[in-house]
Design a protein around this ligand. Sequence first.
Ligand code: PLP
Ligand code: TYF
Length: 390
Amino acid sequence: SLSDLQPLGLDPILSIAARVARDPRPERVDFGIGVYRDAEGHSPIFAAVKAAEARIARDQRTKAYLSPLGDTRFVAAMSAAAFGEHLAFAGLQTVGGTGALHLAMHVLAATGSGRKVVLGTPTWPNHAPIAASAGLGIRTYAHRADVGGAFDPAPLLQAIATCSAGDVFVLHGCCHNPTGIDPNLAQWQDIAAAIAAAGALPLIDLAYQGFGEGWAEDQAVVALFHDAVPELLVAYSCDKNFGLYRDRVGMLTVKGRDATSGQMIVQHLAAAARTAYSMPPDHGAVVVRTILEDAELSRLWRSELDAMRARLASLRQAFAMALEARGLGQPCLSRGFGMFGMLDVAPGDVEQLTERFAIFLPPSGRINLAALTDATIERLADALLAVRAG
Ligand code: PLP
Ligand code: TYF
């Protein structure tokens, strides 16, 4: 019966906000969930989004059903903006990047027997549960930096060399969550060639385009894989780069062996969407499309996103320097990209940071760099030094 259900462990990231809210200390800082913050600690709505929403409120004439594919103009406009007009992809709107991963894994589980999902560890804590929910087995390899702080491709290449044809490699397209450590282009080239040779299937999770090196640079891996492999899936989230988190905007784009098979895959994905939720919510997708179809709003949105990227990069460098000044330098922090980095913490350190200094982060030691300010950079670095000293 339902009363047999056992309590579940909490998500290590999603549970932090509630702990912070319960903490009475005014100096508490939340380095947990990956939401962009400005220098005042706010997660503001983009001005471009506000302008698009005003236009939609004024002009939208119907909210009649669309279809399980969602807003197909959104998918066309977003793929063109993300990947360029020249890359042929079929696709559908999804409930965020998570919905895209979920549909992809469920359709993959229904095709090909014994497929496994291959994940680097650490990875986003929802990847393995989504694969497991689809009934797919999981293999892992170490996603790590070499001693100089650059990505070490050896464990991934080894995992590819020992995989079975049809195995699914979930690859963070940019701004690896949680490490911030990405392969460089030459390494991506080797990875794509190895995946093609092994007959494995890449599923690129692209949730942070525009937060890493730049808008075009952050999708270079998609273009490179599109050239290298016959079949490719990209789970795309617009929730960070348009600041639409709770509106749940994403898409799943597919390169099939040919146009017909690409469309066939999308049909199956749409059927999976139909049984799960029928159709995705419309609002966020219309906002994104309204921005992308308007040159003025597009410029405004890109300038807002560029400012976020620049702020994140400068916080990352300032924090890396603060650690270095205390003899705690970590090359993978200064060499990383995006919203996250991992503190070099021993077991128990994170609990101490929280207990003694009201600094909240998941036990893995991942921090949301956007939660740093001039003051908290020094505080976090001092607290780490104190915790190290015991
Ligand atoms: N993939 C990664 C690596 C993420 O960090 C996130 C963050 O939420 C997602 C996917 C899911 O994105 P969404 O919030 O659009 O579902
Ligand atoms: O990594 C993050 O912080 C975001 C938000 O189960 C998130 O991707 C975290 C955990 C989770 C779902 C979303």
